[in-house]
Design a protein around this ligand. Structure first.
Ligand SMILES: [Fe+2]
Length: 322
């Protein structure tokens, strides 16, 4: 069991690089073109003093520039269907619920199957004594990516010939694409799952992480998908060490087990052995203020949030993805 005080981890800070942040004024002419240009240079963009209505409009226009407007609409639609987020305005939605003192470890939204390209966050209010957004720029050249695994669903058909309806059922209910998601010898089975189709076995497996094409950068990249980061114990430990090294951790009285603070702990299933700081080139730490609107490439930047003392203030940050 990891405890707060016994970790012998040497301090490995990920450098803060404020040169990677482009701050823009909402009222400048051609703001959308400037956001698009900055994103193409793999910058994080912060626009200050934006109304919620304008945040929606700006997100749509930026997404449209990359041909992602339809994806933006689909993701906003899915939020309410799945029920874990609520739509606020047109495209923005509430972020996932967290318990008191929870931090959200670094991840890129979604999975390699969902391929969300663009992420945006909008702060309605943030008056807590923590709740910093820490954005981490992925170091694509790191050898650490070769040991990353993604938790995905795969199936085994045996002699079964699937009808078009059954194929569609597997795709709609579990995101399974055939034949790509047939179980292979290289997959590590974590658990069996309930199959919606008779004669088909369904599994939760760890598969080798693959690069995904970034529409914004026009190249293939590794992304630290939620389906990678949230299933690896070492991702939680690595992020905890980062917060502690940066003095951004709030520790409740009487708690000596950091796993109680890790929002993704219950999902973790394996230890990759990753040297966490090697996954990232640099980071940007921002305590978002009311009206702040942030854009970033969801593949090349992972997002995370530090924790805060409950009752120290209120934090409402919305998210949109395309
Ligand atoms: Fe997220």
């Amino acid at each position: 069991m990891n405890t707060l005080f016994e970790s012998p981890e040497v301090v490995h800070n990920i450098p803060e690089d404020t040169a990677r942040l482009t701050v823009l004024d909402e009222n400048i002419t051609g703001i959308v073109a400037q956001i698009v240009l900055a994103l193409k240079n793999d910058q994080v963009v912060l626009v200050r003093g934006v109304t919620q209505k304008n945040a929606d409009d700006m997100m749509f226009n930026v997404a449209q520039n990359f041909g992602l407007d339809h994806k933006l609409e689909v993701e906003a639609g899915f939020a309410s269907v799945k029920g874990h987020r609520e739509n606020v305005g047109k495209y923005f939605m509430t972020v996932n619920k967290r318990d008191d003192y929870h931090f959200i470890p670094a991840h890129c939204e979604g999975s390699s199957r969902m391929r969300m390209q663009l992420a945006s966050f909008y702060a309605v209010e943030n008056t807590t004594d923590g709740g910093s957004s820490i954005l981490l720029n992925i170091n694509d050249a790191s050898p650490e990516w070769s040991i990353q695994r993604e938790l995905v669903k795969k199936c085994k058909l045996g002699n079964k010939k699937l009808s078009q309806y059954e194929t569609m059922k597997l795709k709609m209910m579990h995101g399974i694409e055939l034949p790509a998601d047939l179980l292979t010898d290289a997959d590590v089975i974590i658990s069996n799952d309930v199959s919606p189709v008779d004669g088909v076995s369904l599994f939760n497996v760890l598969e080798q992480l693959r690069k995904v094409h970034s529409v914004i950068l026009d190249r293939d990249c590794y992304a630290y998908w939620d389906t990678v980061a949230s299933y690896d114990f070492d991702s939680g430990t690595g992020y905890f060490d980062l917060l502690r090294n940066c003095d951004l951790l709030k520790i409740p009285d009487g708690v000596n087990d950091f796993t109680a603070l890790d929002n993704a702990y219950a999902r973790r299933v394996w230890k990759s052995g990753t040297h966490y700081p090697s996954l990232f080139k640099s980071k940007l730490t921002q305590q978002l203020m009311a009206g702040d609107l942030v854009f970033m490439n969801n593949l090349s930047w992972a997002h995370s949030t530090s924790n805060w003392n409950p009752g120290s203030g209120r934090r409402k940050v919305l998210a949109a993805f395309a």
